[in-house]
Ligand binder design. Structure first.
Ligand code: SF4
Ligand code: FES
Length: 236
């Protein structure tokens, strides 16, 4: 392999293919860069900033910036991990993320990433939003208070299901997920439980009805390994 196809990640050489982002190449090399809004099946969105790394001295989102020959990237540093922890704390206080009563607990990427980063408490004042649940659909429940605005459901519905069921609306702190139907209710869409959008949510917003708490403790996705372990496993 020629030097032209290598960049450095925390001091170690990582090979990359033309067009690959820092995150993609790192992942292929078995190196974990924390991420929430990125998913291997979809174009990057660049909204959560958890994947922020220092590349060539600049703070960039590893999921959107392409790897380049000789680029020096720092990711697993005290400074960057502290920033990630703060971003996670902000996500936790902006929504109602009460893990002990959430059926996504143990299978939730937000929770697993917070564990990974050693987040012990939110440390900021909670917002306690009160966004109404949408339980109108026969098979799918929406709990908007847990949404981290990653747009994975928006992308999955549009790009895979060809349906355009979800959208993000509003500005600033009022930014929120909406259902694209005249009533705004999920029952008035053609969403099906088998849609990709029904199973893509990394947190506990889009949930199948009548299936809560079915996986025993100890067998949930992040019970055995960390977010990093699960990511490496998925990438291999
Ligand atoms: S509902 Fe889930 S997948 Fe959709 S934007 Fe919110 S967190 Fe992301
Ligand atoms: S994973 Fe890169 S910004 Fe969210």
């Amino acid at each position: 392999m020629s030097d032209a196809a290598l960049f450095s990640l925390d001091g170690e050489d990582v090979p990359f293919e033309p067009g690959e982002t820092i995150l993609q190449a790192a992942r292929r090399a078995g190196r974990y860069i924390p991420h929430l809004c990125w998913h291997p099946d979809f174009a990057p969105h660049g909204s959560c900033r958890i994947c922020t790394v220092k590349a060539g001295g600049r703070m960039v989102a590893a999921c959107t910036v392409k790897a380049a020959p000789g680029l020096e990237v720092e990711s697993d540093t005290e400074e960057l991990n502290a920033q990630r922890k703060t971003l996670l704390q902000m996500l936790f206080i902006e929504g109602n993320h009460f893990c002990p009563s959430c059926e996504k607990s143990g299978n939730c990427l937000l929770q697993a990433t917070a564990y990974e980063m050693g987040m012990e408490g939110p440390h900021f004042e909670e917002f306690y939003p009160a966004r109404p649940l949408d339980a109108s659909h026969p098979d799918i429940l929406l709990d908007f208070d847990r949404c981290i605005l990653c747009e994975l459901c928006v992308r999955a519905s549009r790009e895979v299901d060809g349906k355009n069921i979800f959208a993000i609306a509003g500005h600033g702190i009022r930014t929120h997920l909406v259902v694209n139907s005249e009533s705004g209710m999920l029952r008035d869409t053609d969403m099906a439980a088998t849609d990709r959008a029904a199973s893509i949510c990394p947190v506990g917003v889009i949930l199948p009805k009548r299936r809560g708490f079915v996986i025993p403790i100890g067998q949930r996705r992040y019970d055995e390994g960390t977010a990093a372990d699960a990511d490496r496993q998925e990438a291999s």
